[in-house]
Write a protein that binds this ligand. Structure first.
Ligand code: NAI
Length: 459
């Protein structure tokens, strides 16, 4: 392949694809990055970044509303959606500009258009075939719907349209109480909408530890966010004033809008993967721990590969493949150590196993857990947030799961993931000094408790 156009051609410039491009170029490889839309993909334009901007605006609205609790005279006079959108779009635009500049400065060739895999080492974009020594599939994901559910973009929407809404709806039904559903429910409630979440499983954000789901449910109840768990969706009718949703059992719920947040599917249709005999499963691309597909020279990263659909997993996989192609022989990614955060009010953050998964893996008698209530943490009291830090460990072994609930606890997951990924023992973490007063201290306190010497908690 001495005469290939590129060392590596990357199909898709989302988190996985652009991270791979940036690192590969840094390592001296000749990189072609194919993108049909904008550099940055879902995360930057219609995912992580704009949703977190909305969540921050929601927090500001709540602060204004609750200012009296802190002795501050202020009033909440409503949401100016144009203003919120301009703030959100400004954040995205600045990051997009920065990313575009980086890509350019590293000498990466951006090929605009929809790429198709037309050979094991060939991608065709708008009729032009480009060759490479290696190809990385990074085509991302799309908001899934359900059979019989028509996303019209007006009354029945996905997060794509929800991010572009120019008004605060009076009422919304959120179908799916997973991460996206809970984050949007949280935003819209803070903005003043009447919100009802419908979730088929017995609890909200069911992938998390049961205690975290329960704490979120308690907080949502207090915030008057309606939710019905164990309630599968049956059908929806678009009416003059909005939507009428029928759930299993026959109840009908009406609202102005229906947000469909029932998961994200892999964007792999029509991209030539099948024709090149790439092994797939229900649309996902199967890759091994070195991100290799079954076809030599073809790698896959990000949301198209089964596993956690998170931007930071995509970044890590993209960097891994770049280093692999440059011959650095990197360590495979330990997927169990990927941190997860739901940025609702309150937030849920976790890394490692939840208690029931740990019990399954090690045996119920061979694990221990402690829960440290944020009520004992000074900074959490100052912020007036409730929640906890829960640790799960193998008896006499390292911590195997860390679960946090409370406002801003997403920022604590950095320390938690270091403890988890370094297989920290409570006895080793307990003596580490945490600054006072911080919410970080709650992590320290939980480890003190697990090591048998609780300070601001009952023994
Ligand atoms: P999800 O898989 O987290 O949640 C979808 C929910 O819909 C599930 O709880 C499921 O039980 C429910 N559901 C499915 N069919 C249903 C039905 N017929 N009736 C009622 N409920 C039904 O997917 P979500 O929230 O759409 O997010 C997609 C992906 O994006 C996730 O993998 C998530 O990790 C990622 N994401 C991550 C964020 C973060 O890290 N903060 C933010 C947003 C998305």
């Amino acid at each position: 392949m001495a005469d290939a156009d590129y060392d590596v051609l990357i199909l898709g410039a989302g988190s996985g694809g652009y991270a791979c491009a940036l690192r590969a170029a840094q390592l001296g490889l000749k990189v072609g990055l194919v993108e049909k839309d904008k550099l940055g993909g879902t995360c930057l334009h219609i995912g992580c970044v704009p949703t977190k901007a909305l969540l921050h605006a929601a927090e500001v609205a709540d602060s204004a509303r609750e200012s009296e609790q802190f002795g501050v005279r202020a009033s909440f006079d409503g949401i100016d959606m144009a203003g919120v959108n301009s703030y959100k779009d400004g954040v995205v635009a600045r990051l997009f500009k920065g990313l575009s500049g980086l890509v350019k400065s590293r000498g990466i060739t951006v090929i605009e258009g929809e790429g198709r895999l037309t050979g094991p080492r060939e991608v065709t974009v708008d009729g032009t075939a480009y060759t490479a020594k290696n190809v990385v599939l990074a085509s991302g994901s799309y908001a899934r719907s359900l059979p019989g559910l028509d996303i019209d973009g007006e009354r029945v929407i996905t997060s794509d349209q929800a991010l572009r809404l120019d008004r605060v709806p009076a009422s919304v039904i959120v179908l799916g109480g997973g991460v996206i559903g809970c984050e949007f429910a949280s935003v819209w409630k803070s903005f003043g909408a009447e919100v009802t979440i419908l979730e088929a499983l017995p609890r909200l954000v069911a992938v998390e530890d049961e205690a975290s789901s329960k704490a979120l449910e308690r907080a949502f109840r207090k915030r008057k966010i309606n939710f019905r768990t164990g309630t599968p969706f049956q059908s929806v009718k678009v009416t003059d004033s909005g939507v009428a949703v029928t759930v299993e059992g026959g109840d009908v719920i009406e609202a102005e809008l229906l947000l469909v947040a029932v998961g994200r599917g892999p964007s792999t249709d029509g991209l030539g993967y099948d024709e090149q005999s790439i092994t797939m499963d229900r649309g996902f691309v199967i890759a091994d721990e070195r991100c290799r597909t079954n076809v030599e020279g073809v790698y896959a990263v990000g949301d198209i590969v089964p596993g956690l659909q998170l931007a930071h997993r995509g970044f890590a996989q993209g960097i891994f493949v770049a280093e692999e192609l440059a011959g650095l022989e990197p360590q495979p990614i330990d997927e169990s150590g990927i941190p997860r955060v739901t940025y609702s009010h309150p937030e849920i953050a976790s890394v490692g196993l939840n208690e029931s998964a740990a019990a399954e893996k090690f045996g119920a008698d061979n694990i221990e857990s402690v829960t440290y209530d944020l009520g004992g943490n000074g900074k959490s009291q100052i912020l007036k947030t409730q929640g906890f830090v829960k640790l799960v460990r193998e008896k006499d072994g390292p911590v195997v799961g860390i679960h946090l609930v409370g406002d801003r606890v997403g920022e604590l997951i950095g320390e938690a993931q270091l403890i988890y990924n370094w297989e920290g023992y409570a006895e080793d973490v307990a003596p580490l000094i945490h600054a006072h007063p911080t919410q970080n201290e709650a992590l320290g306190e939980a480890h003190l408790a697990l090591a048998g010497k609780p300070l601001h908690a009952h023994s």
